[in-house]
Design a protein around this ligand. Structure first.
Ligand SMILES: *[C@@H]1O[C@H](CO)[C@@H](O)[C@H](O)[C@H]1NC(C)=O
Ligand SMILES: *[C@@H]1O[C@H](CO)[C@@H](O)[C@H](O)[C@H]1NC(C)=O
Length: 362
């Protein structure tokens, strides 16, 4: 799969979330008629840019899409309803992203990339962070030709940006192989500090390009997907310890860095979503959210249904609403909806310094 040869799934939590966010951003909570939405980072989003570059894993056969109105696979890594293309920003490389469609935003994300340039080196032709930012500049030039510079600046300032990057710097770099180059060069705490300082430069660059609101997601539940539980095969059902340790070091420092940036700018530009805490809730109290398990995937085979892919031959649960995970890597539609609800209206336990609806109302 394109996201990772070893642990493909952990980053896709956010990929599906971005589709739901697209709906709410352009939907009822939007203050103005429409707010442009930009996505940066590593998310393997629906009809992602990587489709224009390399072959990615596809989700175009049953039982994917079983809960769509059509009950047919659509290419999305999900069981259920997702967002139509008109709400979801188009991939920047899509030939259909032109003319007035540009005004809705764009998706610059590319599966496999990281904060560091050497992350995802095993994939050719992915759009690294600095290139995504260069495309964003180019985007603004194209929009300026359409509606002029002042209106373009306003569109960018009033937009919402989602950025999700960092997971691959662990999964597809530091922990990719035992004794990886980076792990010989840095202890984990030092490596985390390097990531945070490089990430800070990326966020400052985004701000200098004129954006006003940036939702930043943490590394989150790197080690708890059914695929990880199946791999560890200790049958204890515990999350991967190395990945959990990485996330535990990384997430608080990310929040600190974001708070420091906001103080420096003098405004709340950056908002951090504590996806790790959301996942911990699912893991410790699945029933509180109406789930019967946060470990076993609805579709798959082997321990925790965490081995291999979800196909017509897999075990398939009856009621998808009862499972946190749809397949070995991807949360169910219901889990995604809960995550998005936290992002929008959650307390400071989940959102720092405030939730997205409060931030968008500022
Ligand atoms: C990544 O590579 C680009 C292009 O070579 C370079 O401009 C940029 O500074 C590099 N970033 C880091 C963090 O090394
Ligand atoms: C989050 O959002 C809700 C509703 O939009 C708001 O009432 C609440 O005060 C916010 N909570 C925090 C902690 O910011």
């Amino acid at each position: 799969m394109a996201v990772s040869t070893r642990r493909p799934g952990s980053m896709m939590v956010i990929a599906n979330v971005s589709m739901f966010l697209a709906l709410v951003v352009s939907g009822p909570i939007a203050v103005e008629a429409a707010r442009a939405f930009f996505v940066f980072g590593d998310s393997l989003v629906d009809s992602g840019n990587n489709n224009y570059l390399v072959t990615t894993a596809r989700a175009d056969s049953p039982p994917y899409g079983i809960d769509f109105p059509s009950r047919r696979p659509t290419g999305r890594f999900s069981n259920g309803e997702a967002i139509g293309n008109e709400e979801s920003p188009l991939p920047y490389l899509s030939p259909e992203l032109r003319g007035r469609r540009l005004l809705n935003g764009a998706n610059f994300a590319s599966a496999g990339i990281g904060i560091l340039n050497d992350t995802g080196f095993q994939f050719v032709n992915i759009i690294r962070m600095y290139q995504q930012l260069a495309y964003f500049q180019q985007y603004q030039q194209r929009v300026s030709r359409l509606i002029g510079i002042p209106r373009t600046q306003r569109l960018v300032r009033q937009s919402l940006v989602l950025i999700t990057v960092g997971g691959n710097d662990f999964v597809n770099n530091y922990f990719l192989v035992p004794y990886s180059a980076r792990s010989r060069q840095y202890s984990l705490p030092h490596y985390v500090r390097l990531l945070i300082s490089e990430y800070k430069k990326i966020l400052m660059r985004l701000h200098s390009l004129g954006v006003g609101r940036v939702l930043v997601t943490g590394a989150g539940p790197l080690g708890c997907a059914p695929a990880e539980l199946a791999r560890s095969s200790s049958s204890s059902g515990r999350c991967s310890a190395e990945l959990q340790r990485a996330a535990a070091l990384y997430d608080p420092q990310l929040t600190q860095m974001i708070n420091a940036l906001n103080r420096k700018i003098g405004k709340t530009v950056f908002i951090a979503a504590n996806t790790n805490q959301m996942q911990i809730d699912f893991l410790t109290t699945p029933r509180r959210f109406g789930f019967i398990t946060s470990k076993v995937a609805c579709c798959g085979q082997g321990p925790y249904n965490g081995m291999g892919l979800c196909t017509v031959l897999s075990n398939l649960c009856r009621n998808r609403e009862l499972y946190v995970f749809w397949d070995a890597f991807h949360p169910s539609e219901k889990a995604n909806r809960i995550i998005v609800r936290h992002i929008l209206t959650g307390t400071t336990k989940y959102m720092n310094p405030m939730n997205l609806s409060s931030a968008l109302a500022l």
